[in-house]
Ligand binder design. Sequence first.
Ligand code: PEP
Ligand code: MG
Length: 849
Amino acid sequence: MVTSQQVELLAPLSGVLIALEQVPDPVFSSRLMGDGLCIDPTSQVLCAPLAGVISNLQKTGHALSITSANGVQVLLHIGLDTVNLGGRGFTALVEEGQQVVAGQALIEFDADAIAQQARSLLTLMLVVSGERFTPWSHACDLVDCGQPLLRLEVEQPQVVVQEATLQGEALFSVAIALPNRNGLHARPATVFAQAAKGFAAMIELHKQERRANAKSLVAILTLQTTYADVVQISASGEDAEQAIGVLSELLLAGCGEAPTLLAQPAPSSMGEPVAAPTPIDGTLLRGVCASSGAVYGHVVQIAEQPLDYPQAGAGEAFEKAQLQGALLAADKALDTLGREFSQGPQAHIFSAHRELLQDPSLLDYASALMASGHSAAYAWMHAIEANEYLFRQGGNAFLAERAQDLADVGLRVLKLILRIEDAIQTLPDNAILIADQLNPSQTAGLDTTKVLGFVTVGGGATSHVAILARALGLPALCGLPQHVLNLANGTPVLLDAQQGILHVRPSEAAVEALTRQREQLHVRQACDVAQAAQPAQTRDGRHIDVSANIASMDDAERGMAMGADGVGLLRSEFLYLGRSHAPDHDEQVATYRAIARTVGAEYNLVVRTLDVGGDKPLPYVPMESEANPFLGMRGIRLCLQRPELLREQFSTILASHELTRLHIMLPMVTELSELRLARQLLEEQAQRLGIQRLPKLGIMIEVPAAALMADVFAPEVDFFSIGTNDLTQYTLAMDRDHPRLASQADSFHPAVLRLIATTVNAAHAHGKWVGVCGALASESLAVPVLVGLGVDELSVSVPLIATIKAQVRELEFSTCQTLAQQVLALDSAAQVRATLQNSQLAYSCVLEN
Ligand code: PEP
Ligand code: MG
């Protein structure tokens, strides 16, 4: 039986009442996030409108939710776009999970400071749990903090049933209190939606009066659930009963998330000063290399102008046809792009975008708006922007990246509705594009006969845009200062991505030097490729294996054709990056066997086990959100926590043991016990498959602890491979993708080189070989020092194999040894670089990788 109760909401602030539809932000005025009201504040302390528990307290302190004992959830949001202030001007007076009483002070804010920097101070109070309400009558629009404002009719939750019940056509689960500390946020919602997609039944998730399509991540997030929210699943269709059973259990188990873990909001980016200077001639602007290479060209600023579109539609049928046509055209275009980029890790980007085009909650939302008289453009963009906002507010870096995908897809469809050509398609020759941010679609669509490279203020070295730039062979820099956007179109610039530099109006001499270097480089590269099959042996007879870093079958083929001495690193986590479900056993076996056959019986194939976590989430390996993912459940830690994952991978890799010299490598090893446990699992799998001769087992040296204890690991491994990318970030305590630390997070730092030396010495003392598979091995400048330190193998990116082999053939091992000892004693990365440059042993400073 349903009973109802009244709940009163007090004014959280003093100020002037504003109707929600007058709020100049569609996310709020559309009531997508819930109905409520807005106050233009005259006081500076936000107080609780009702008693309850605090949740969704943003790290930036500008918003939080309160959930009352009878399930009413109220979102309080101070100002518009105040998330961009990064917390400046806000002081939270309460904590996540804290019980508060009505009228208690929650957030103190500096109205003057915020008003100067943010769009508006308008403060929202929204009933996100969806109860209907009636306003208390007011004499005027002025309210005082603590004054009763809204009266809610709260229907008591349905009696918790003990088993699934049939209600009409649909079967309903028991009521389930969510065990997730932050409700169904990005990760658990992804897990849940993916699991729901596995059933044919129509499935919905209910929270009080609101419901969401359970197969839509977007829809689940829109429910804004929090800890202990009571939800129900309904399903109708042939496998409804099974769906209810499986999905109920999944919800109760936390959807892959431990019940007590707190999700941490990602750091929000702080805005740059607005009045930044225009860079002057000769200025060097620094950024992070997203795709290496050096080019000289002219600035073309790419600024997306906001597009105008009518709000009113010309009839529901007409507008729906417009949207349908645009969605079909977008799908076709994305399908074409997907085929063009079908090889390698970038392939998944466009399939993910295609999936968004079919997202039921986006489409339902847009349909409803068109049915109420709005245009297709308005309805579509409304649906996109509202959901994009939710993604960005979620405080989850991975989801924030998906918000960029959502915006990208939104714009693609909008332009098709409005029949607008993409600005980037009409470009002058020798263009170096400058943008605040390029999106993946724009990047993939670049005309490489005209565009020489690009630089962006936003983005990161591991973003989709960076991956695409490398696939297109376009030099690219990201993380440049904001004032790069002030450069006039046509300004000559020299983009040296490898050095992380954009040189504004470079001198003639600098341009000539670059041109000369590029010409020489092309000639040498052609010559190196012609001799790629020759071994990499120094003049005084030391042999170095130069092998390939690969992430796909295509890389394996190209690498072996380039003269690789086998594969030194197969990044197995990249093989199936675009999938929402794990590939089945047979498919994995087939992939490893195909790669092993390509490498052949003469050479090593080093397969690294899944290195998931950190900056590499894998959709079908759901994980808890972490405050510091690089320091969390990553690599071997994650695999040992879920041994079934490792067992399955070992058994699929082992199927190729007779086709090649199979090596298995464990990432992120820190403890000897991790190695021992993994070896035990490997031996069990080999025994199960009747394999007598175990493959070689080695570890990556990426954590300083492993390097420092290499003498302890050495007797128990067959080889080491040094991951200088991670070893550098962990040694120097600098995020490898941090745009502001890029120039300091340098693998040439003597501390990193000393750890390499320690590793090599320990390995050789026990007769084991050592490779380097991090990006340092692909740097010409580093090759002499790595050879001099005694490294046995350099595993490099595919296009560089022939070049690095040629460089080794020109080196004198004894000279390299002397040089290596010399740089180990230096103070800084800069000194090491200078010494190596002076040694003239680098093949060329502008090698492209
Ligand atoms: C490394 O860390 O150097 C490495 C090779 O691993 P990844 O770049 O895949 O983390
Ligand atoms: Mg690594």
